[in-house]
Every structure is written in C-alpha cells, then in structure tokens.
Design a protein around this ligand. Structure first.
Ligand code: HEC
Ligand code: HEC
Ligand code: HEC
Ligand code: HEC
Ligand code: HEC
Ligand code: HEC
Ligand code: HEC
Ligand code: HEC
Ligand code: HEC
Ligand code: HEC
Length: 336
C-alpha cells in the first residue's frame, strides 16, 4: 500500500510539474496564465474590459452566466485584480468589441474537447476531485468538461448552485427545474444518456436505487477521472465509496475477512444490480465462498484455506454459521 501511495504521489507531483511547464510553454495561446494565480494580468491593463461590456450584445449568455458560481468570483476579495467573468474563458474582449470582429475573441467552436477542457482545468485542476481528469477514461475518449457542464449554465433560470439537494427523478422532470453544478442534465440522466448499456442493470431484481433518485452514479464514480479502474472512487480503504454509506462494513475488526480489505467489496458484490439477493455475484452463497475456499488445494498454496469441515448439506449455507462475513471482533471464523 505504502509503495502504491508513493507512486501515486510521484505521479501527482510529476503532473503538477508537467502542468506548470505546459502553462508556461503555451502562454501565448492561452487567454491567461493561471499557473500560480499571482501572475494573472490585472483586468485593466491587457485589453480586458469586464463582463458588463459584453452584456448588450450577448444577453442570453450574460443572463445565464450571472447565476453561476463564476459570476460571483468578480466580487470576491481573493479574486481581486485577477481576470474573472466572461474573459476568464474567452480572453480579452477589447479588440473584439472595438472592431466587432468575432475572430478577435477566443471562441471554442474550433477547439477540440481537450483544448476546451484545458481552459477549465487551468483553474480547476487544483482540487483532488479533478486533478486526475487527464488520467480518466473520459479524457482519453474526448469527453470534456462541456459535454457534462454547460459553460454559461442553462438559460431558463437560476442555477441552484451550492445546493446539495438530491435531484430526484420527479424533481428533474418538473418544468423549469434547474440542474445543479451547471450540469447539462442531472446525474443519473446525464450519465445514462451516454451509458445506455448500464441502465438495465439498475432495473434488475436487486439494485442500488439510482434510477429511483435515491443515489447517483457519482456517489461511486468520479466523472472527473482518478486512479481506480472504471473511474470508481476508491474501492478499498477508509474513504472508499461503499464505506461512505455502509459504515458498519469498515470495522475495525479484530478478525478481518481478507478480501474485504484487499480486493474490496466487488470481490463478492455486483455494484449496479443483480438477480441475486444482497447483490451477490453468485446465486448461492456457497458457490461464492468456494470460488476462493476450494476444498482441494495444494498444501502451501496461496489461496485461502478451504474449510476442514466437509461439504455435506448441513454446511451448504455458509453464512448460517459464518454470519459476520465482513469481519468480526470476537470470532476468527466470523461466527459472531
Ligand atoms: C457591440 C456588440 C458586441 C459586444 C459588446 C461583444 N460582442 Fe461578442 N460578438 C458580437 C458579434 C456581432 C459576434 C458574431 C455573431 C455571433 O456569433 O453572434 C460576436 C461573437 C462572439 C463570440 C463567438 C465567436 C465565434 O466565432 O463563435 C464570442 C465567444 C463572443 N462574441 C464573446 C464576447 C465577449 C466575451 C464579450 C465581452 C468581452 C463580447 N463578445 C462583447 C458582438 C459583440
Ligand atoms: C467558464 C468559461 C466561460 C465563461 C465564464 C463564459 N463562457 Fe462563453 N463559452 C464558453 C464555452 C466553452 C463556449 C462554447 C460553447 C459550448 O461548448 O457549449 C462558449 C460560447 C460562447 C458564445 C458562442 C455562442 C454560444 O452560446 O455557444 C458566446 C457568444 C459566449 N460564449 C459569450 C460569453 C459571454 C458574454 C460570457 C460572460 C457573460 C461568457 N461567454 C462566459 C465558456 C465560457
Ligand atoms: C462525465 C461528466 C462530467 C465531466 C466530463 C465533467 N464533469 Fe464536473 N461534474 C459532473 C457531475 C455529475 C458533478 C456533480 C458531482 C457532485 O455533485 O458530487 C460535477 C461537479 C463539478 C464541479 C462542482 C463540484 C465540486 O467539486 O465543487 C466542478 C467545479 C466541476 N464539476 C468541474 C468540471 C471540470 C473543470 C471539468 C473538465 C475538466 C468537468 N467538471 C468535467 C460531471 C462531469
Ligand atoms: C478563472 C478561473 C476559472 C475558469 C477558467 C473556470 N472556472 Fe469553474 N469555477 C471557478 C471557481 C473559483 C469556482 C468556485 C469554486 C469551486 O467550485 O471550485 C468555479 C465553479 C465551477 C463549478 C461549480 C458550480 C457550482 O454551482 O457549484 C463548475 C461546474 C465549474 N466551475 C465548471 C467550469 C467549466 C466547465 C469551465 C470551463 C468551461 C470552468 N469552470 C472554467 C473558476 C474557474
Ligand atoms: C457525452 C457522453 C458521456 C457522458 C455524458 C458520460 N460518459 Fe462516461 N464515458 C463516455 C465514454 C465515451 C467513455 C469511454 C468508453 C466507454 O468505456 O464506454 C466513458 C467512460 C466511463 C467510465 C469508465 C468505463 C470503463 O470501462 O472504464 C465510467 C465509470 C463512466 N464513464 C461513468 C460516467 C458517469 C458516472 C457519468 C455521469 C456523471 C458519465 N460517465 C457521463 C461517455 C460519457
Ligand atoms: C454502488 C456504486 C455504483 C453506482 C451507484 C454506480 N456504479 Fe458504475 N460501477 C461501480 C463499480 C464498483 C464498477 C466496477 C465494477 C467492476 O470492476 O467489476 C462500475 C462499473 C461501471 C462501468 C464500467 C462498465 C461495466 O459495466 O463494468 C460503467 C460504464 C459504469 N459503472 C457506469 C455507471 C453509471 C452510468 C451509473 C449511474 C447510472 C453507475 N455506474 C452507478 C459502482 C457503481
Ligand atoms: C450513497 C450511498 C451508497 C453507496 C455509495 C453504496 N451503497 Fe450500497 N446501498 C445503499 C442503500 C441505501 C441500500 C439499500 C436500499 C436499496 O435497496 O437501495 C444499499 C444496498 C446495498 C446492498 C444490498 C443490501 C441488501 O440488504 O440487499 C449491498 C450488497 C450493497 N449496497 C453494497 C454496496 C457496495 C459494494 C457499494 C460500493 C460499490 C455500495 N453499496 C455503495 C447505499 C449506498
Ligand atoms: C467475501 C465476500 C464479501 C465481500 C468482500 C463483501 N461482502 Fe458484503 N456480503 C457478503 C455476503 C455473503 C452477504 C450476505 C450476508 C447475509 O445475507 O447475511 C453480504 C451482505 C452485505 C450487505 C447486506 C447485509 C448487511 O449485512 O448489511 C451489505 C450492505 C454488504 N454486504 C456490503 C458490503 C460492502 C460495503 C463491502 C465492502 C466493504 C462488502 N459487502 C464486501 C459477502 C461479501
Ligand atoms: C475473494 C475470495 C474469497 C471469497 C469469495 C471468500 N473468502 Fe473467505 N477468506 C479469503 C481469504 C484470502 C481469507 C484469509 C485466510 C487465508 O489466507 O487462508 C479468508 C478467510 C476466511 C475465514 C477465516 C478462517 C481462515 O481460514 O482464516 C473464513 C471462516 C472464511 N474466509 C469464510 C468464507 C465464507 C463463508 C465465504 C462465503 C460467504 C468466503 N469466505 C468467501 C478469501 C475469500
Ligand atoms: C453448521 C455451521 C457451518 C456451516 C454451515 C459452515 N461452516 Fe465453515 N466452519 C464451521 C466450524 C464449526 C468451523 C471450525 C471453527 C473453528 O475452527 O473454530 C468452520 C471453519 C471454517 C473455515 C476456517 C478454516 C477451517 O477449515 O477451519 C472456513 C474457511 C470455512 N469454515 C468455510 C466455510 C464455507 C465456505 C462454508 C459453506 C460452503 C461453511 N464454512 C459452512 C461451521 C460451519
């Protein structure tokens, strides 16, 4: 674990260096260099005119934008003398306005998804939640920030910006309901619009209630990338996604069932949905157990020991006796 952690730290440090190099190297093509925040040009001296100057000609964008978290930066002390507003993404607007020339402003029309995302990441890569965006499947497949977020927020109304309100299906379908976080649609609708193939799994007899609106795809996945496979939030460890809701499975236990900690929950459970109760991978529990606890195996083999007891019918329902299957404080064989 420690080794993995230091590798991760190295990768993170490496990418920070890379970003700084990238930022300094491409200053000319960037609206603003934001590598350290302090070298931001003041809004007054490099052709920046402020958002109000855009208002009259781009009313729709201005109106929508003014409800976003981005619009609030302009009035925040910590952003004083830094470029905020429309021009933080579109670059200085002075020449565009003076000459009425649409080529004199940064437009994203001809930019690739990755280039547009870089504009956002120049401010947003700092948070852990997003600093691995360039390592995720979405980035690799040219899914960028604006595939999920609308840069000016949606037109028809207030963006319930900092609300953590659960977006239920019922709510989302109300006319005029605004999405949170400037999302183009609510999670999970946003996700299933592209990931159609996983939708049926959430209608299986046993499933996490995502389509019902009780939880979201992003409770378990980080849409902004990360180190884990399948862009899941951590699979094991204290901050694992599953543990956040199923705290009792975390322990600490005196006697831990090894796979819970090593392979994580998906060693035994299918996370989206399953035909089997308790979202188990197999329809009968003993089948599940015996995939690892094979009775016949070589002495000294690395797989876990099989039960000494035989496999008579009396033993077939493993969890009738081994009830604390996720770990126990008192029983080395998980009886209580
Ligand atoms: C005097 C009117 C006027 C003002 C003020 C103005 N624009 Fe424009 N802008 C235009 C026109 C005209 C176009 C081209 C037609 C169109 O795409 O709507 C345009 C196009 C754009 C485009 C799209 C470019 C493209 O090729 O698609 C962006 C982005 C833009 N403006 C941003 C801004 C920003 C940011 C400001 C404020 C700093 C601003 N504009 C101020 C008139 C204006
Ligand atoms: C957070 C970055 C960001 C900010 C802030 C921002 N824009 Fe944009 N803007 C974009 C992106 C990205 C696009 C490309 C559209 C897309 O991909 O959906 C765009 C597109 C546009 C366009 C082209 C027409 C359209 O709507 O697609 C205009 C005009 C425009 N912006 C004006 C403005 C004005 C005016 C402001 C300030 C009131 C503003 N923008 C603030 C990122 C931003
Ligand atoms: C695949 C869809 C998707 C993509 C691509 C995506 N986001 Fe998000 N983003 C989301 C969802 C869903 C949420 C809401 C998650 C939540 O509330 O926990 C969110 C939340 C956010 C938030 C607010 C939450 C916070 O941590 O404060 C920011 C900021 C953000 N995204 C920025 C970005 C940026 C920048 C990019 C591009 C580098 C990006 N997003 C790309 C789906 C996406
Ligand atoms: C000038 C720096 C800057 C740029 C460029 C920028 N953002 Fe932001 N953005 C911020 C800050 C600061 C916040 C507020 C704090 C936070 O949530 O991280 C914010 C907030 C957000 C939020 C959360 C909104 C909410 O309601 O909580 C989203 C989503 C977001 N940005 C997406 C984007 C996307 C997409 C782009 C590129 C098109 C972008 N940002 C470009 C600085 C920036
Ligand atoms: C605009 C389309 C689009 C949207 C919206 C979208 N995705 Fe994706 N996603 C993709 C593509 C394309 C890939 C890469 C190909 C693949 O594996 O399907 C991907 C990959 C993934 C993967 C990794 C799959 C793997 O096999 O490694 C996960 C997990 C994922 N997305 C979750 C989400 C979640 C959660 C959301 C909503 C917050 C979301 N996606 C929204 C297009 C999208
Ligand atoms: C309870 C947690 C959880 C929720 C909620 C969840 N996922 Fe997953 N998802 C996972 C895990 C864990 C994996 C990895 C499975 C594995 O490795 O066997 C996964 C795998 C995936 C994959 C990779 C392809 C596959 O089937 O293995 C995609 C795509 C995906 N999820 C999309 C979504 C979307 C879209 C949503 C919302 C509709 C969603 N997930 C909701 C935990 C979850
Ligand atoms: C956002 C909270 C949340 C997260 C994250 C979450 N779960 Fe759940 N889980 C629930 C809730 C609530 C239920 C029970 C209600 C229901 O049927 O949806 C449940 C049910 C289950 C069940 C079935 C329990 C039963 O009695 O049938 C299993 C197994 C399970 N979760 C495993 C997981 C695993 C594995 C993960 C991580 C991949 C995970 N959960 C992530 C909230 C969560
Ligand atoms: C070695 C296999 C195995 C692993 C690994 C495992 N589980 Fe389970 N889990 C089971 C079995 C078997 C049951 C059924 C127990 C029963 O019905 O009494 C179960 C039941 C559950 C239940 C529903 C009943 C209850 O006790 O609440 C939840 C929730 C659950 N597991 C969550 C998790 C989470 C979260 C993880 C990861 C931290 C995890 N499981 C890892 C085998 C496993
Ligand atoms: C993913 C593989 C895996 C699955 C599935 C699994 N186990 Fe284990 N189990 C292990 C490992 C590894 C150990 C650690 C002991 C070892 O190294 O021999 C262990 C330990 C145990 C122990 C403690 C006694 C000992 O030998 O240390 C019991 C009892 C046990 N498992 C019962 C079960 C039961 C009952 C099930 C089915 C509900 C089950 N296991 C499913 C891998 C697994
Ligand atoms: C009727 C109760 C009962 C059932 C059902 C049961 N076991 Fe056991 N199990 C025991 C007892 C008793 C022990 C020995 C405990 C001790 O050594 O203190 C044991 C020990 C074990 C051990 C520890 C290693 C060993 O051989 O001592 C494993 C692994 C194990 N069982 C797996 C299973 C599996 C897999 C199943 C289902 C196929 C199962 N058990 C069903 C009662 C049961």
């Amino acid at each position: 674990m420690r080794l993995i952690k230091s590798i991760k730290t190295l990768i993170i440090l490496g990418s920070v260096v890379a970003v700084v190099v990238w930022l300094t190297g491409t200053k000319s093509s960037q609206a603003v260099s934001r590598s350290a925040g302090d070298d931001k040009p003041a809004a007054t001296n490099t052709g920046y005119v402020g958002s109000d100057a855009c208002k009259d000609c781009h009313e729709d964008q201005f109106k929508a934008y003014s409800h976003t978290a981005h619009a609030q930066l302009t009035t925040m002390g910590s952003w004083k003398n830094k470029v905020t507003g429309c021009e933080s993404c579109h670059g200085p607007g002075k020449n565009h306005i003076a000459e009425g020339d649409p080529t004199k402003i940064i437009s994203f029309k001809n930019k690739t998804s990755k280039e547009t995302s870089e504009t956002c990441l120049s401010c947003h890569a700092g948070k852990e939640e997003r600093n691995n965006f360039r390592r995720g499947e979405h980035w690799r497949n040219d899914i960028g920030c604006t595939d999920c977020h609308s840069p000016h927020s949606n037109k028809e109304g207030r963006n319930v910006a900092s609300s953590n309100m659960l977006v239920t299906t019922a709510n989302a379908e109300k006319p005029g309901f605004s999405t949170i976080r400037m999302l183009k649609a609510n999670d999970p609708q946003l996700c299933t619009s592209c990931h159609n193939e996983v939708k049926p799994q959430f209608s299986m007899p046993f499933h996490h209630k995502v389509l019902e609106g009780a939880m979201r795809c992003s409770d378990c996945h980080n849409p902004h990338g990360g180190f884990e496979t399948k862009q899941t939030r951590l699979a094991t460890g204290a901050d694992a996604a599953c543990i956040k809701c199923h705290v009792d499975k975390q322990g600490p236990f005196t006697y831990e069932h090894a796979p819970v900690k090593t392979e994580g929950c998906t060693a035994c459970h299918t996370p989206h949905g399953s035909a089997n109760p308790r979202l188990l991978k197999y329809s009968s529990v003993n089948q599940l157990c015996l995939t690892c606890h094979s009775v016949a195996h070589d002495v000294g083999a690395v797989e876990p020991s099989g039960p000494q007891h035989n496999q008579n019918a009396q033993y077939s329902n493993c969890i009738a006796c081994h009830v604390k299957i996720h770990g126990s404080r008192t029983s080395p064989v998980f009886f209580r």
